[in-house]
Design a protein around this ligand. Structure first.
Ligand SMILES: [Zn+2]
Length: 159
């Protein structure tokens, strides 16, 4: 195992306390549990670094909170998201959070899980729930499609 290798998901320094993974007879190291989980979900996206076509898939999403946050919750939210990998920008305006992030490093589901862990509730009317379910599905599909092997079709070029 070489220590000089960087985290295979975000290219930061690996954390020795996060266990490495063996995949296709190679060892992969991670800076955080989040990056390890991200890798396990779609390993093929992170194993061929040199040929990786997709370095970043930037998303910007607005999330609606159940209620506007007080000052302490506001700070807690910003600090918690700042600790996550792949989050570029967070702004909070009344009951709306605008977040930009790299889908190759973090998914909306992971962000929502973190909010739940710190006790911040999202809007729960049916439109909000429907929109969230749609976003989760579309992000999963996008990553699944990228992770799928590319098929080459050989056919005569049209004349
Ligand atoms: Zn990482």
């Amino acid at each position: 195992m070489t220590i000089s290798e960087l985290c295979h998901v975000c290219s930061m320094k690996p954390d020795a306390s996060i266990s490495s993974l063996e995949y296709h007879k190679m060892y992969f190291h991670f800076c955080s549990q989040q990056c390890r989980d991200t890798f396990i979900a779609h390993p093929s996206l992170y194993t061929v670094k040199a040929e990786k076509q997709y370095k970043h898939i930037l998303k910007r999403r607005i999330m609606t909170l159940a209620a506007p946050l007080d000052k302490d919750s506001n700070e807690l939210l910003k600090a918690s998201l700042a600790e996550m990998m792949g989050i570029n920008d967070v702004s909070i305006d009344d009951d709306k959070i605008s977040i930009s992030y790299d889908l190759l490093q973090v998914t909306r589901q992971q962000i929502e899980n973190r909010l739940a862990e710190i006790g911040i509730k999202l809007g729960s009317d049916w439109m909000e729930r429907l929109r969230r379910a749609w976003v989760h599905d579309s992000e999963e599909n996008e990553l699944d499609n990228l992770a799928a092997p590319i098929h080459y079709y050989h056919r005569p070029s049209p004349k």
